[in-house]
Design a protein around this ligand. Structure first.
Ligand SMILES: Nc1ncnc2c1ncn2[C@@H]1O[C@H](COP(=O)(O)OP(=O)(O)OP(=O)(O)O)[C@@H](O)[C@H]1O
Ligand SMILES: CCCCCCCCCCCCC/C=C/[C@@H](O)[C@H](CO)NC(=O)CCCCC
Ligand SMILES: [Ca+2]
Length: 550
């Protein structure tokens, strides 16, 4: 908290002068927090009209200034027409500077706005630029040097163009330097991060691609951090070390669920601006083990049954691009498979809310800021047998026939489902929402799915239950044939496993589905999952409640 002396200091005007903006005289001022300009009403004007107009003032938070440049130095990535205009302007007004800043537009989208001011002298112009840059340099959360990985084949294969045309120019305006690697194969980025990259020279890692590409960065960074700290990822009870570098996501994939659920939109320029201003959003990560073998990490969806089947089928249709999920979704829906198994879970404490409480995770979320007590920590580290001794609420066990078992570590909002799989799930509370969809009729399942696209409550069905959990285990009813150790990437299964399917089009295989782990297939049905609170941080801030307009 800042005291009164500090408050006064931060409000001290650093610079104030009469400038010209859009052929209108303005009074501009800068303090540590804001840059303000106000139109000056000329006395003669006031007298002649007889009415006193309210003069408009504009406020820009210093933390949302992207950069400030002398007009003639402005970037050369502008169109020929804009460059010509800039030249003409700088000939007319030689002592002018432009401030680039964040402007909020519709649906959580941000744009880089600009305002040009001309000064009475070259010295004054230099002073404005220098003092503003000094203030920006005090914002230590801003990245200066980034490592960027581009997947040229993600989504609609536009990753490279999106970066070059929409992101690189704004990074340049902000004075950010970036080392860019265009990936040449799957897992290129993951392997480079795990073993090769010299991470000390960077302030963050950026991925240009979809959820799969993000997953590569996540695995590379988390593995690197655990290796450096001698933490064994294979131990399901290991206390993982948080990653120091933040991750930025420039969306260029098919679902872009992680970007959408942490920023509120999947728009490359918005993401670039969140990176530039150095936003920071902590995020939970689920570790997935099969016995004592580490399989994968997940930040969005771990889905068995319906979403596992959709993914397994969609992988064969990659050439279709984002539309593959729609086709495979319809197919999985028609197959209407269910799977037998046992789910056991450690419920989260009551003070962390409930998946149906309608308290959505938003910018500055109080639930995510809640500190875990030592009792809660003890309870979390206890295993199934000893848990009962340390807490009244302990592991719960549910056996049944399930159409879908979904663990949502965050809302999983995406353009297909703007409120997501679990609208009230939190990004950084150390829990996941475990959704169990029991065997039901096709019509009922359709009603449930449909509710993901409208405002109705998708949990308000007798065949659906939802729990907020810290850990869970799944065991399929029929034991799976023994798999070799570390076989997280086995050859693809031939098709769905229609235990209860009436469709002859579904290819019969075993009684198991596979897990959809953030869009990657896991071939072990029996898994153990733990949520690791705030293991990573993104260049994001969560979804803003109200659109503030400048
Ligand atoms: N150069 C490359 N060649 C082939 N595959 C790659 C390459 N670089 C990355 N990949 C892989 O491509 C997969 C899909 O990429 P990405 O996530 O960017 O797009 P997507 O699948 O269309 O989007 P989403 O994951 O949002 O559905 C990732 O799992 C990643 O490992
Ligand atoms: C009658 C209309 C019914 C419409 C129902 C729509 C329900 C949509 C819920 C979407 C949930 C997305 C969860 C995100 C999962 C990502 O980690 C993963 C990787 O990108 N995407 C998929 O597996 C892709 C999964 C795509 C599922 C369709
Ligand atoms: Ca969570």
């Amino acid at each position: 908290m800042t005291g009164p002396a500090e408050d006064t200091k931060s409000q001290l005007t650093l610079l104030s002068s009469k400038l010209l903006h859009q052929h209108q005289a303005v009074e501009a001022a800068l303090n540590r927090h804001v840059f303000v300009w106000k139109e000056i009403e000329e006395k003669s004007q006031k007298r002649s009209s007889g009415i006193s107009k309210t003069s408009r003032s504009h406020i820009v938070q210093v933390s949302e200034i992207v950069g400030i440049h002398k007009v003639e130095d402005e970037d050369h990535t502008k169109s020929k027409w804009d460059q010509k205009k800039t030249l003409q302007f700088s000939q007319l007004f030689p002592n002018a500077f432009t401030v680039f800043y964040v402007k909020r537009t519709k649906n959580h989208r941000w744009r880089c706005n600009e305002a040009t001011f001309s000064c009475s002298s070259a010295e004054l112009c230099e002073q404005w630029i220098q003092v503003t840059r000094e203030q920006l340099s005090l914002l230590t959360n801003r990245p200066k040097r980034l490592l960027v990985y581009i997947n040229p084949f993600g989504g609609k294969r536009r990753g490279k163009r999106i970066y070059e045309e929409k992101v690189a120019p704004v990074f340049q305006q902000a004075g950010i330097s970036a080392d860019v690697i265009v990936t040449e194969r799957a897992n290129h980025a993951r392997d480079h991060l795990t073993t090769e990259a010299n991470l000390q020279q960077y302030d963050g890692v950026v991925c240009v691609g979809g959820d799969g590409m993000f997953s590569e960065i996540l695995h590379g960074l988390v593995a690197r951090t655990q290796n450096d700290n001698k933490v064994d990822q294979n131990r399901p009870d290991a206390e993982l070390k948080p990653c120091m570098l933040r991750i930025g996501i420039i969306p260029a994939g098919s679902t872009d669920c992680i970007c959408f659920a942490t920023v509120g939109t999947n728009d490359p320029v918005t993401s670039a601006l969140h990176i530039i201003i150095g936003d920071s959003q902590p995020m939970d990560v689920c570790s997935v083990h099969h016995n004592d073998v580490f399989l994968r990490y997940s930040v969005s969806l771990l889905g068995y049954g319906f979403y596992g089947d959709v993914l397994a089928d969609s992988e064969k249709k990659r050439w279709l691009g984002p539309a593959r999920y729609d086709l495979s979704g319809v197919k999985a829906f028609l197959c209407h498979n269910y799977y037998k198994g046992t789910v056991s879970f450690l419920p989260a404490e009551d003070n962390l809310g409930h998946p149906r409480d309608k308290l959505q995770c938003r910018f500055g979320c109080s639930i995510c800021q809640h500190k875990q007590s030592s009792k809660d920590k003890l309870r979390e580290t206890a295993d199934e047998e000893t848990a009962a001794e340390v807490s009244s609420s302990s592991w719960k066990v549910i056996c049944g026939k399930f159409i879908a078992i979904n663990a949502a570590n965050m809302s999983c909002a995406c353009p297909r489902s703007p409120k997501g799989l679990s609208p009230s799930a939190h990004l950084a509370d150390g829990t996941a929402d475990l959704i169990l969809v029991r065997k039901c009729s096709r019509l009922d399942f359709f009603r449930h799915l449909l509710r993901h696209t409208n405002t109705d409550d998708q949990f308000d069905h007798s065949f659906v239950e939802v729990h907020r959990v810290r850990k869970f285990h799944f065991e399929p009813l029929d034991p799976q044939p023994l798999l070799l150790e570390n076989q997280s990437e086995l050859p693809k299964k031939p098709g769905f496993c229609p235990l209860g399917s009436a469709q002859t089009t579904c290819i019969p295989s075993a009684a198991h589905s596979s897990w959809n782990c953030d869009g990657e297939i896991l071939h072990h049905a029996a898994i153990q999952v733990s949520v690791h609170r705030q293991l990573i941080r993104l260049f994001a801030r969560g979804i803003e409640e109200q659109q503030q307009r400048v």
